[in-house]
Design a binder for this molecule. Structure first.
Ligand code: PRX
Length: 670
């Protein structure tokens, strides 16, 4: 009996090792075959993927295709133009905020502009490895700027143009950027955003913090007449509407005009050959401590992963017209507007505007106008449009649509059904793609027509992704279960570090459960093996598909002199998924007034950006705390959503605050 057990244990061990090695061998072969479709200046030498995911065994690292050199810009542009003869193919149909503002850009034109801007950057002293901050609206020049960085091996750090001056400044300093690329302004629907004013404020703040940025290149997007005169061939033509309120402050010591620099620039620029693991970009995402994390992605693995997921998840065909409605300021735009589609030689729509401007049919009008076949958006947009019923959708045919994608947050089955039945007329598979800034590309996702769908489930892992569900003690749960979603091994596109803080990378993602990458999401696996994301299980909120940390909003609130303490929780919202509910305890002697409330909202908007504007602010003379002084957020979440059943409150230091908080509840949102 004893001997048998020993033998069985040994056999099992060998079977496991064999299975593991076979899996790795197949996976390596899979990726090595894909890599053959790309251009490599020098080939890789070692194994395809080398890594350590276990903090107890040493430093966490992921290395893909070590020894290889390439250039991602060369792969997504030059190769398409020269090798694949796609020079005349449309890379982007740019559709401006204002209907009628449009421009078509071919692969050849894009390559020329990128080369010119790469030369501009070089003339400004930007070298391989330098960081460049980009703060721009959704114009083709944003893609030009990011690819120009990639071409010369510079690292782009794009900051979403909805972020505040303070957020931009924080990101510029953290990534130590020497140069900022921005634009004069843009319209979001009817609202003018004076982007250069905000950018200048950010640069002023940087100077105050002893970090002077030497150069700021400004694109004239709205300054109509001047732009027409100085740059007749501009990629995104000036907006049709006049902008009497546009303000364009100018600091001659720092500012330079995009158009005049481009005028004299050559359209030939030899790419800089980069090592596989050279940094490609930094993109900031909220961190649970409040300070954003600079997620770092590297060249080769990210290129292979975004190209492959794009191709398979959207079942890409050369005659497709693809449209992802995200902003390039978020990871979805990086991976699935710029790098993934361009790597495949795809034609995409690049949209500057809003789904509701000038009316709620705009999306479907664009779908028909460009014959969009693959469409990718967020549940929050679907829920928003769903409110207006099917009539605005039915005004347009949408017969070109073949696949509908969703990303950013769990999609509720009702929204899924509406998307599938109303938008897709019940004939287009919905690909619910789960991923993160950190994962670089889709990690849980259906493959259209191959995966039977279940509304609300991101279904199964992509090739090479090995998920697991753990309980609080870190034990792996088999079969149908619910717990922490983790990944057991890397895939080529996973992040490599937090820029300038590798320890934070290890602590955030690998410390809680050694041996696993921890996503921060809860997840359920059903009896058929389908994965269902249940939402964040850390101190993060998902507002309209954007992650925000409660700590970040709380610190913006307490910076106001009237606020002594703040606690922020999420509360369900029918369109945004979650909205921000803030409890504030005021400094002694200060009265809670509507003026103060408005000031607090403004304060958060100015510190972080409009996406973080609180929906509810409640005066909280006392907060529910444990005897050791820890705020019990679990109770605050219940109060925010008016759930009287509070569960166990025995650890509460003073239970009278609860009654008071229920009495003062806010019933109407902003
Ligand atoms: O909570 C998950 C949610 O969005 C988080 C990642 O946010 P971010 O890094 O900003 O990237 C968003 C775009 C990739 C995840 O941790 N999330 C993203 N996609 C889904 C999702 N939750 C459920 N289902 C999804 N399809």
């Amino acid at each position: 009996m004893y001997k048998e057990t020993q033998v069985m244990t040994l056999l099992n061990k060998y079977v496991r090792i064999l299975k593991y090695n076979i899996l790795h061998l197949i996976l390596s072969e899979f990726w090595v075959d894909i890599a053959k479709e790309f251009f490599w200046k020098t080939k890789h030498t070692g194994q395809f993927l080398d890594y350590n995911f276990d903090v107890t065994k040493g430093e966490i690292f992921v290395k893909c295709m070590e020894g290889a050199t390439t250039n991602i810009c060369y792969n997504v542009l030059d190769r398409n133009v020269h090798e694949k003869k796609l020079g005349d193919k449309v890379a982007f149909y740019w559709e401006g905020n204002e209907p009628g503002d449009e421009k078509t850009v071919t692969y050849r034109e894009l390559l020329q502009e990128v080369c010119k801007f790469a030369n501009v950057l070089k003339l400004q002293g930007v070298k391989k490895g330098d960081r460049v901050s980009i703060y721009m609206p959704m114009v083709v020049e944003l893609v030009v700027a990011m690819l120009a960085c990639a071409r010369i091996g510079a690292v782009h750090s794009i900051v979403f143009a909805g972020f505040s001056a303070e957020s931009l400044c924080e990101r510029i300093i953290d990534s130590q950027c020497s140069l900022l690329v921005t634009a004069d302004g843009f319209y979001r629907g009817d609202k003018l955003i004076n982007l250069k004013v905000i950018a200048d404020e950010a640069l002023e703040k940087c100077r105050d913090k002893s970090f002077p940025v030497e150069r700021c290149i400004m694109l004239k997007h709205l300054s109509k007449e001047e732009q027409e005169a100085s740059s007749p061939g501009s990629l995104s033509p000036p907006a049709k509407r006049s902008c009497p309120d546009l303000q364009v402050p100018w600091n001659p010591e720092v500012d330079v005009c995009w158009h005049s620099l481009m005028e004299g620039a050559s359209d030939e620029c030899e790419p800089v050959w980069c090592e596989s693991e050279d940094p490609l970009f930094i993109l900031y995402t909220s961190g649970s401590t409040g300070k954003p994390k600079g997620v770092l992605h590297t060249v080769s693995g990210y290129m292979l992963y975004t190209a492959t997921t794009f191709k398979l998840v959207f079942d890409y065909h050369p005659d497709d017209v693809y449209w992802c409605t995200a902003d390039i300021g978020w990871i979805t735009g990086h991976s699935y507007i710029t790098y993934g589609p361009l790597a495949n030689g795809a034609t995409s729509v690049l949209f500057e505007g809003l789904p509701t401007y000038p009316d709620v049919s705009r999306m479907w009008e664009i779908v028909d106008k460009y014959h969009v076949s693959k469409f990718y958006t967020a549940p929050t947009a679907i829920r928003l449009l769903m409110k207006y019923g099917s009539e605005p959708v039915h005004k347009y045919k949408r017969s070109s649509l073949k696949i509908l994608g969703t990303v950013g947050e769990p999609i509720n089955p009702e929204a899924w059904q509406w998307y599938y039945n109303v938008v897709g007329d019940g004939r287009c598979p919905v690909v619910d793609t789960f991923w993160q800034t950190e994962t670089g590309g889709h990690v849980l996702t259906p493959l259209p027509a191959a995966t039977p769908l279940k509304p609300g489930s991101a279904t199964f892992p992509f090739f090479g992704v090995v998920p697991a569900i753990l309980n609080e003690s870190g034990e792996e749960l088999e079969g149908p279960n619910e717990g922490y979603l983790v990944f057991k091994q890397p895939w080529p596109g996973v992040m490599r570090t937090v820029f300038g803080n590798h320890q934070r990378f290890e602590t955030t993602y690998f410390k809680k459960f050694p041996g696993f990458y921890v996503t921060g999401d809860g997840c359920r696996r059903d009896k058929d093996g389908y994965y269902w994301i249940t939402g964040r299980i850390d101190d993060m909120l998902n507002v309209s598909g954007h992650l925000l940390s409660t700590a970040e909003v709380e610190s913006a609130l307490v910076e106001h002199e009237a606020v002594a303490e703040a606690a922020v929780v999420g509360t369900p919202h029918p369109v945004k998924g979650e909205s921000l509910y803030c409890f504030v305890t005021l400094t002694d002697g200060i009265d809670y007034t509507t003026t103060l409330e408005a000031e607090l909202r403004k304060q958060v908007r100015e510190k972080i950006g409009a996406i973080a504007t609180p929906d509810y602010i409640q005066n909280a003379p006392g907060l529910p705390k444990t005897r050791s002084g820890k705020i019990m957020r679990r109770l605050l979440r219940k109060i925010a959503s008016n759930q009287q059943d509070l569960g166990d409150v025995s650890t509460l230091a003073d239970s009278t605050v609860i009654e008071q908080l229920f009495e003062n509840r806010c019933c109407t949102a902003l």
